[in-house]
Structure formats: structure tokens, C-alpha cells
Write a protein that binds this ligand. Structure first.
Ligand SMILES: *Cc1c(COP(=O)(O)O)cnc(C)c1O
Length: 386
């Protein structure tokens, strides 16, 4: 086994004071216990309750949007965000191939077709410059809507994702969406606490989605939220995620096929406690990134991925970028074997059998990066950076 990786693994274990260091663990204390206990004691554990409203209000305030709608998970949030943004069956939706499966699944739930685009190596997210050139070639605007000239399908939306909490080139993407008449929907699942030029991610698109799964920067157990400045779309999202029930004192009237996607109160209670700690997590994660950068400096052929200039990142997952001299799977083997849990970046969507019929552009950056990226232990802790 390579000596430099043994030494690095030792340093990581020392940092955490553990023999086995998971990729990302939730951090709880008495606050979570207090709020969750309150739900149990009062009986308000399920689909309505004060914590849901409180969580929605505080989240919206933190992100800087008018409304947040809390739901069962990030995938459900994306599904409904796309639906209220107007994505319909047989539309195409532009999205990175380098993302978690949830982005593509949500598009598929709408009956729409993912159309995979390449990423920028500076952000690991959608490359607006390459996308512009590509769309000029393959798409055209007909009656105010964008169409794929090859498939004749409408291209309705553009879904950038802020990989590991690093903001994509949002100014350029906002302009691109306008130029090509696309609805912008941010998959901000990984980017709570990440700012683009001082403005929070998840506030740029028309409707956006976030996740509070157990491994995310804050967790509600499982959970997600739809974020928007548009009151009408927010009300519609709330309606759809609460079985599309028409308000009435006793009658059960539902005016369309809705979803039971609402976040239970007991999960929102956890979320309220976690939100109180978010600022502290952000400070700890930045310090951890600095510490890792220092440790990685002595490793041959490796760099820590640092935030792009326009991004104030949450460093949700700490990321190593390997150069061509290193075999990714050997690095993963060494670190995991020594108790430092590490994972590769996702297998790109265009390589999955279930996605093989989806249109794609040239994905050379994606194909190069997929072999070069390793995420390492990222749970926020106190570190000393002298
Ligand atoms: C976590 C995540 C989601 C949503 O996941 P859920 O587990 O459904 O909450 C969506 N997109 C990306 C990129 C994610 O990382």
C-alpha cells in the first residue's frame, strides 16, 4: 500500500480522534432532543404542526427567498419544483450528467427526458459557455419556446446543480435561460450555506429544490424544500404536496392528482434545531477545508478542490482531485481499508443503462473528471489551524 496514503489516513483519523471516520455524519445535541421530545409529548408528530411552519419560515429567511415549502425529501422537492415550473411529459430538461440520480429521476417522474450537458472543471457544475455554443447548434426558438431540432421535443428547463456545495456560474446561466426561453430550476440539494457573489444559491431559479437527507449539511432525517420568490408557485407547490385538497371545514375535495409529500412535524423539529447550528457548521467546514489543504500539500499528484472565485462555498463534501498519475480506485482502496471512508463521484448519468436513450452533448470534461474525484470524511468538527 502506498506510504503517502497511509500517512494521510493516519492524519485524518487523528484529526477526528477515531479509528473509523465516516464520510458524513449528522451532528446533534440537546436542542434536537428537546424539539423532538416536544413533538412526542404533545402528539404533534405528523403532517401538521408548528415546527413545519417555523422551519419553512426560517429556511426561507436564511436563503433569502419569499417562500419555502417543506417536503419529505429532496427528490420530491425537485419533482414538484419542475412540475410547477411547467415541465410536462415529453419535454426535455437540460441537466448535468455529473450529478446524483435524484436530479434525473425527478425529471423522469414528470414524464420528461433528461438531456445531459457537460460541466466546467472550475465548478464541477454546468458549463454555461459550452452550453451556449451547443444550443446555438442543436436548438431553435419556435413561437417563443426552445425546441431540439434533432428530436423535435420542447426543451423546457435548465437544472444546474451546485456540486458538493460549490456554486455554478449563475450569472451566465441566468442570462442563458433568458436567451433561450428556458425555466431555471436550481438543484440546490447540496448547497445550503453556499453563496454566489453574496447571494444564496437556491434563490436564482424560478423555483428551486434543497435536501435535508441524513448526509447533507443539515438534516431533518429525510426531507427537502421547494424555494421560490413566486407566491403563486409556492401556494401551488404546497397544494400539490398536500394531496391537492381544497380547503374546507370537513369535506374531502381534491381538485387534481396530488402527492402526499409533506414533511412531518417531527422531522421539521429536527430541522429547526439544525438550522440554529448551520452558521457553526459552515465555519467548521471551511476550517476543515483549510486543514485538508495543508495536509494534501504533501501528497504527490493531489489537490484539494477549493471554491471557485465567485463562490462562498459550504464545503459540504471535501473533495480531492487526482492527476493522471494516480489510479482513483487505488486511492479509494487505501483510504477505505484504513478506516477513512472515501467515495468516488457519481457514475455519470449518461453511462447508466436506464438513461441510455437520453440526448447528450459532448461530455469530455465529465468523462475526464469522473476518474479523478474522491470525496473524503467531511463531518464538521473543531480543527486547529495555526
Ligand atoms: C441529496 C441530493 C438530492 C435529493 O436527495 P434526497 O435524498 O431525495 O433528499 C438531489 N440532488 C442532489 C444532487 C443531491 O445530492
Amino acid at each position: 500500500m502506498n506510504k503517502q496514503w497511509m500517512q494521510f489516513a493516519e492524519q485524518v483519523k487523528q484529526l477526528y480522534g477515531k479509528d473509523f471516520v465516516p464520510l458524513h455524519e449528522p451532528t446533534f445535541d440537546d436542542k434536537e432532543l428537546e424539539y423532538v421530545t416536544d413533538c412526542v409529548k404533545t402528539g404533534w408528530v405528523s403532517s401538521v404542526g408548528a415546527y413545519v411552519t417555523k422551519f419553512e419560515e426560517e429556511l426561507a429567511k436564511f436563503v433569502g427567498v419569499k417562500r419555502a415549502v417543506a417536503v419529505v425529501n429532496g427528490t420530491a422537492a425537485l419533482h414538484i419544483a419542475l412540475k410547477v415550473a411547467g415541465v410536462e411529459a415529453d419535454d426535455e430538461v437540460l441537466m448535468p450528467s455529473l450529478t446524483f440520480i435524484a436530479t434525473a429521476n425527478a425529471v423522469s417522474y414528470c414524464g420528461a427526458i433528461p438531456h445531459f450537458i457537460d460541466v466546467h472543471q472550475e465548478t464541477l457544475g454546468v458549463d454555461p459557455f459550452k452550453l451556449d455554443i451547443y444550443l446555438q447548434e442543436v436548438a431553435e426558438i419556435r413561437n417563443g419556446e426552445l425546441f431540439n431540432k434533432q428530436t423535435n421535443r420542447r426543451i423546457k428547463a435548465l437544472v444546474p446543480m451546485h456540486t458538493f456545495g460549490h456554486a455554478v456560474h449563475l450569472d451566465e446561466l441566468v442570462d442563458l435561460a433568458e436567451k433561450y426561453h428556458l425555466v431555471l430550476v436550481e438543484d440546490a440539494a447540496e448547497s445550503l450555506g453556499t453563496y454566489y457573489k453574496g447571494k444564496h444559491t437556491g434563490s436564482f431559479g424560478k423555483v428551486n429544490a434543497m435536501s435535508f437527507n441524513g448526509n447533507k449539511i443539515i438534516t431533518t432525517g429525510g426531507g427537502g424544500a421547494i424555494l421560490t420568490d413566486d407566491e403563486i408557485l409556492a401556494d401551488y407547490a404546497k397544494h400539490l404536496t398536500t394531496t391537492a385538497k381544497v380547503p374546507h371545514k370537513w369535506e374531502y375535495v381534491h381538485d387534481e392528482i396530488g402527492y402526499n409529500y409533506r414533511m412531518p412535524n417531527i422531522n421539521a423539529a429536527l430541522g429547526c434545531a439544525q438550522l440554529e447550528k448551520l452558521e457553526q457548521f459552515l465555519i467548521q467546514k471551511k476550517a476543515l477545508a483549510d486543514k485538508y489543504e495543508e495536509l494534501v500539500a504533501s501528497l504527490e499528484g493531489v489537490k484539494l478542490f477549493k471554491q471557485p472565485v465567485h463562490s462562498n462555498s459550504n464545503y459540504w463534501l471535501q473533495t480531492l482531485v487526482l492527476d493522471e498519475s494516480l489510479e482513483r480506485d487505488e486511492v479509494l482502496g487505501s483510504l477505505n481499508e484504513q478506516g477513512v471512508m472515501s467515495r468516488p463521484i457519481w457514475q455519470p448519468m449518461h453511462e447508466l443503462e436506464i438513461m441510455k436513450d437520453c440526448p447528450t452533448m459532448d461530455l469530455s470534461v465529465t468523462n475526464r473528471l469522473k476518474k479523478r474525484i474522491v470525496n473524503i470524511s467531511s463531518t464538521p468538527i473543531e480543527v486547529n489551524n495555526e
